[in-house]
Design a protein around this ligand. Structure first.
Ligand code: SF4
Ligand code: FES
Length: 212
């Protein structure tokens, strides 16, 4: 565990929460308010409050990967059948994939900064809201060959002061679920300045983007 992760122990499951990853989408507290208590002081995750399958389903919807679980029966979170990155309108990349980040296994869900302003890069910290980031979630589709497979490990490597380099089978989706591109390698803009978003056009050098 990384020292930033809280554990809430239940009878049949432990719920893990990494607050640095949370983007406060509040999906958990609205979907399962008996387990995830909003606006309380002290413990806010009550793992035994709801049915375990329902709880696991809710956790798997957590977009940032802040929430994960360990079931005592050994059932792990299923591997996503396809690696997907969805472009959030004026917001981050929503990753749902079997991915590694900077060489370390990253889990199956993450929200990654694409405005350049996060103080917790490569993760989104909602700074896009405060800097007025504008980027469509509906860019035109890029034609290319279809992928022979949609799964497998997706390696995401944040380049220092540059884009996110991705390698592996990946579908990039618009905010409405349309396929924007199917790729096996790509460099995704994370400085916020590219004119060919979501792809890097080297604008990061011109604006002096700093990733750390
Ligand atoms: S990002 Fe995950 S943990 Fe944070 S509020 Fe949303 S669902 Fe809950
Ligand atoms: S990272 Fe934005 S243009 Fe390269």
């Amino acid at each position: 565990m990384d020292g930033e992760t809280e554990r809430a122990e239940g009878k049949d499951i432990a719920v893990l929460f990494n607050g640095k990853r949370c983007i406060h989408a509040r999906f958990c507290v609205t979907q399962d308010p008996a387990t995830f208590l909003a606006d309380v002081d002290g413990p806010w995750i009550i793992p035994d409050a709801t049915d375990i399958e329902y709880l696991c389903g809710t956790i798997r919807q957590c977009p940032s990967g802040a929430l994960t679980y360990e079931r005592r029966d050994g059932q792990a979170e299923p591997v996503p059948p396809a690696n997907l990155i969805t472009l959030r309108e004026n917001g981050p990349y929503a990753v749902r994939a079997d991915f590694s980040l900077d060489g370390e296994r990253g889990g199956f869900r993450a929200t990654l900064c694409r405005c350049g302003a996060s103080k917790n890069k490569p993760f989104c910290d909602k700074s896009h809201k405060y800097v007025g980031f504008e980027a469509t979630g509906e860019p035109p589709a890029k034609k290319g060959p279809e992928l022979a497979a949609r799964d497998g490990l997706l390696a995401i490597e944040p380049e220092p002061d540059g884009p996110l380099q991705v390698r592996g089978n990946l579908e990039i989706l618009s905010g409405t679920g349309r396929t924007v591109a199917a790729v096996q390698t790509a460099r995704l803009c994370r400085c916020g300045a590219s004119k060919t978003k979501p792809f890097c056009d080297e604008s990061h050098s011109k604006i002096g983007f700093r990733s750390a």
